[in-house]
Design a protein around this ligand. Structure first.
Ligand SMILES: Cc1cc2nc3c(=O)[nH]c(=O)nc-3n(C[C@H](O)[C@H](O)[C@H](O)COP(=O)(O)OP(=O)(O)OC[C@H]3O[C@@H](n4cnc5c(N)ncnc54)[C@H](O)[C@@H]3O)c2cc1C
Ligand code: SF4
Ligand code: SF4
Length: 370
């Protein structure tokens, strides 16, 4: 991976409109801050290499390097990435919702804290409809962050804050772009001598796209009282609506009106299922109250085995026809995003050493874009 400084990050990602606001560059130094959902660089800095650039999931992401570092294998561009098993899962009654799906994420994070697999969980709660990152150390408080905020959140800013406070053995829950940032951070890309990986566990979410918070708030404010929002959902096709729940009712908004609020960044994002996380969790289309659970790493396998044997989640086999559907959707996102990124000149190193957003093995790209 080529690492540059904050000037290149500001130019290639922020000014070019590819920043997703994940928070990975925030709280590392005094210069990057999150302001109302936007990452802002307060001052320029003269360092030629910085962790801000090295961890950012939107520049110089080398998929071959990540695959080899995490799983010891080549990046093949398979739809769902490396995995050991795929299961249907849901929380048992040990944690209480509301949850977005089966509550698997909340149950796994609670179990991880309870059993001391992690010392703190990095989660995303909400203040009304605004996503608010949180450092949670009390297992009883994990479920308070349950449910999805469908707007991009600066979750990783509090991961950096926790590390600065000396916390270690963190468990991080986040979207695929956030899992990419964490995976890059874990490789110690700047070769810091006394580097100690602060993250013991990653729980990735599935994600096809997120919305830009300010724009969504402005859109919804025309239709309802923002303070009355209690939850959101995007039901599977053919619904083609976004559901916004308020204290007393449910509103439906056509996806064709919502899609223009998706940031540019999501259109060049090839990962639907958090391929770099220890476990990944998404909805189980057609089976409300359940999740799809992908176990990828040894740490992920231990987490799931422990959570099952201690009664935090229950699992079932994941049916073959659903797996095919999932793989089809994930492949479609990959192909679409590589095509978009390629068209914009964001893949591979450009002429005159132009910096890419992503590096993909050429044979994988040729196959997927054929
Ligand atoms: C922006 C976004 C888009 C998604 N798109 C899809 C999709 O296309 N298909 C699909 O199957 N699933 C998608 N999901 C995942 C899905 O909504 C559920 O999070 C997942 O199925 C886990 O359900 P659960 O009941 O186990 O989660 P819960 O137990 O309810 O826990 C949800 C967790 O999500 C975290 N979280 C909430 N909002 C955010 C946010 N904005 N950013 C980062 N973390 C957050 C919280 O920390 C919480 O711990 C998306 C999630 C998000 C945040
Ligand atoms: S690290 Fe995240 S918040 Fe920072 S510039 Fe990159 S995408 Fe934006
Ligand atoms: S689509 Fe990709 S970039 Fe957009 S929020 Fe989801 S994971 Fe992040």
């Amino acid at each position: 991976m080529n690492v540059y400084g904050s000037n290149e990050l500001a130019r290639d990602v922020q000014q070019a409109g590819y920043c997703i606001g994940c928070g990975a560059c925030v709280e590392l130094c005094p210069y990057f801050r999150n302001h109302r959902g936007h990452t802002a660089r307060l001052f320029a800095c003269s360092l030629e290499q910085g962790r801000c650039h090295a961890h950012c999931p939107k520049t110089e992401v080398d998929l071959e390097e990540l695959s080899s570092a995490l799983y010891g294998e080549k990046y093949e561009g398979t739809p769902l990435g490396h995995y050991r098993s795929i299961l249907a899962a849901r929380a048992t009654g040990k944690v209480a919702g509301p949850f977005q799906g089966g509550g698997t994420v909340s149950a796994l994070a609670t179990y991880a804290l309870e059993s001391k697999l992690i010392d703190a969980a990095i989660l995303t709660g909400a203040d009304g409809m605004r996503p608010v990152p949180q450092i949670v150390t009390d297992p009883d408080k994990v479920a308070r962050c349950g449910s999805s905020r469908f707007t991009a959140a600066p979750t990783l800013s509090v991961m950096n804050q926790a590390v600065r406070q000396g916390m270690r053995r963190l468990g991080v829950v986040g979207t695929p772009c956030q899992m990419t940032a964490v995976a890059q951070m874990k490789q110690n890309p700047l070769g810091i001598e006394d580097f100690e990986d602060p993250v013991a566990l990653t729980i990735g979410l599935f994600c096809n796209w997120a919305l830009e918070h300010k724009q969504l708030a402005a859109y919804l404010a025309n239709h309802l009282d923002l303070d009355s929002i209690t939850g959101m959902d995007i039901p599977p096709p053919p619904a083609a609506v976004m559901v916004v729940k308020t204290h007393d009712t449910e509103h439906q908004f056509p996806l064709e009106e919502i899609r223009p609020l998706i940031p540019l960044s999501c259109f060049i994002c090839p990962d639907m299922t958090s391929e770099w996380a220890d476990v990944s969790v998404g909805m189980y289309e057609g089976r409300p109250g359940w999740n799809t659970l992908i176990v990828r790493s040894e740490a992920g396998a231990e987490l799931v085995e422990g959570a099952v044997s201690n009664g935090w989640i229950e699992t079932e086999a994941f049916p073959g026809d659903r797996l095919q559907e999932l793989a089809k959707a994930a492949l479609a996102k990959k192909e679409r995003s590589f095509r978009n990124a390629n068209r914009r000149g964001l893949l591979q190193e450009g002429e005159n050493g132009a910096r890419p957003a992503m590096k993909v093995p050429q044979e994988v790209l040729d196959r997927l874009l054929a």
